[in-house]
Design a protein around this ligand. Structure first.
Ligand code: GDP
Ligand code: IMO
Ligand code: MG
Length: 425
């Protein structure tokens, strides 16, 4: 048996979808633990590309049970869309999808408030959210006014809670953001319909998972976003509103830390970030463009161009510490194939002093001087490499440098979006 957490070690989009899909071949259960449809997890298998937002990346393996845990915020509209897209691609969901009765529901007003807040903040102060209503839904959760999946099961209670919420949100929308009132009864009618659609999937996923742990099943806990977007440990306030770090897997699923056997950090061979906020190794030059072009760095959820830069080992070492990462899945190595030299950030210098830890404030992060080490590139395609020993010496040196700096082995190397193009050591 094994319980593994798969966590994004940078700013998201590290290739978690590909790695979870790959590992789910040997899994019984794949469970998402936080975030929502802000995630975009890409899988390329048998010539088809799938982008998943809410449904766990184990769904392509016929026998794998997929869980959306209590820590996830669920937009029923996005969920229904995703289910129909998967069904149109011949992927059956029936009997394999389980939704926590404790998960919170994203309502239309969460999405409106997300966008209104971003617009009123203006370009210089906005976070650059995905606009999926994530922050406002988690606000209601922690404010103890949110609507949960379990509420869908009690129609009268649900309508009453929804009316109370909309009345309050209408005040905020009209008085603070100068927007139109929402039509309460229209939303109540629309959302009462989701009861029938979602009902077959609703269950006590905490019990299901803990039983599975006891029975020795193989369980993957699939993170969304990445450690540096964590509301506690990321580059606050330019973060998401949940805990993508490994600790979030336990709270987001109701599985105790003692059940977890290993934590796989998914690491992109360079760095990207989508949205605003500090990014110490960002490259505003031809090299950044080259990374974006080679890596097709455009958001899987919003299509926005991703900001690109060199690998940041100071940030990664911090991420390894905060997540307790025990092994690394290194993705997109092929994107570096044609770089004659490759830089890696190994030190943060602030006001002439080398920092000993990852700074908490954006001002420091924005004004760092970076210490880099330059390694020689491998100047050849990694496509033919099927085993670790097939990798060119300079690619191995790059991997070894990462391992020695952060103190964790690289156990998986990915060399293309395709499921098959993966070296497992
Ligand atoms: P996630 O959010 O962490 O699941 O990552 P995304 O799916 O948002 O972004 C990763 C992108 O890189 C997707 O387009 C993947 O198909 C792609 N990808 C994953 N692994 C590799 C790889 O090893 N090489 C290349 N070139 N692309 C990859
Ligand atoms: P996956 O799971 C990359 C970013 C947004 C924004 C910030 C807050 O595909 O790796 P939010 O909508 O969550 O309130 O936005 O977080 N962000 C992501 N960036 N990958 C993601 O998910 C992201 N989910 C949110 O761009 O900067
Ligand atoms: Mg993504």
């Amino acid at each position: 048996m094994s319980v593994k957490i798969i966590v994004g070690a940078q700013w998201g989009d590290e290739g978690k979808g590909k790695i979870v899909d790959l590992l789910s071949e040997k899994a019984d259960i794949v469970a998402r633990y936080q975030g929502g449809a802000n995630a975009g997890h890409t899988i390329v298998a048998n010539g088809t590309k799938y982008v998943l937002h809410l449904i766990p990346s184990g769904i392509l393996q016929d026998d794998v049970q997929c869980i959306i845990g209590n820590g996830v915020v669920i937009d029923p509209v996005a969920l229904m869309d995703e289910i129909s897209i998967l069904e149109s691609l011949g992927i059956s969901i029936d009997g394999r999808l389980f939704i926590s009765h404790k998960a919170h529901v994203i309502m239309p007003y969460h999405k409106l408030l997300d966008k209104a807040k971003e617009e009123s903040a203006g370009a210089s102060k906005s976070i650059g959210t995905t606009g999926r209503g994530i922050g406002p839904c988690y606000i209601d959760k922690f404010n103890r006014t949110g609507i949960r999946i379990v509420d869908l099961l009690d129609r009268d209670n649900f309508a009453e809670k929804l009316r109370a919420n909309i009345a309050e949100k209408n005040q905020v929308l009209t008085k603070i953001y100068d927007q139109e009132q929402l039509n309460v009864e229209q939303i109540v009618t629309e959302y009462l319909e989701f009861d029938k659609k979602i009902d077959p999937y609703i269950t006590d996923t905490t019990l299901l998972l803990n039983n599975a742990v006891r029975e020795g099943k193989n369980i993957l806990m699939e993170g969304a976003q990445g450690a540096l977007l964590d509301v506690d440990h990321g580059t606050y306030p330019f973060v998401t509103s949940s805990n993508p770090t490994s600790g979030g897997a336990c709270t987001g699923l109701g599985v105790p830390p003692t059940a977890v056997d290993s934590i796989i950090g998914v690491v992109k061979a360079y760095s990207t970030r989508v949205g605003n906020g500090p990014f110490p190794t960002e490259l505003h030059n031809d090299i950044g463009e080259h990374l974006r072009k080679n890596g097709h760095e455009f958001g899987a959820t919003t299509g926005r161009p991703r900001r690109c830069g060199w690998l940041d080992l100071v940030a990664l070492k911090y991420s390894v510490m905060v997540n307790g990462i025990t092994e690394i899945a290194l993705t997109k190595m092929d994107v570096l194939d044609d770089f004659p030299t490759i830089d890696i950030a190994v030190g943060y210098i602030n006001k002439g002093k080398k920092l000993k830890s990852f700074p908490a404030d954006c001002d420091t992060l924005d004004n760092l001087t970076l210490e880099y080490v330059t390694l020689d590139g491998w100047n050849q395609s990694l496509a033919p490499c099927k085993h670790y020993d097939d990798l060119p010496e300079n690619a191995k040196k790059y991997i070894q440098f990462i391992e020695e700096f952060v103190g964790v082995p690289v156990s998986i190397v990915s060399t293309s979006p395709d499921r098959e193009a993966t070296i497992v050591r």
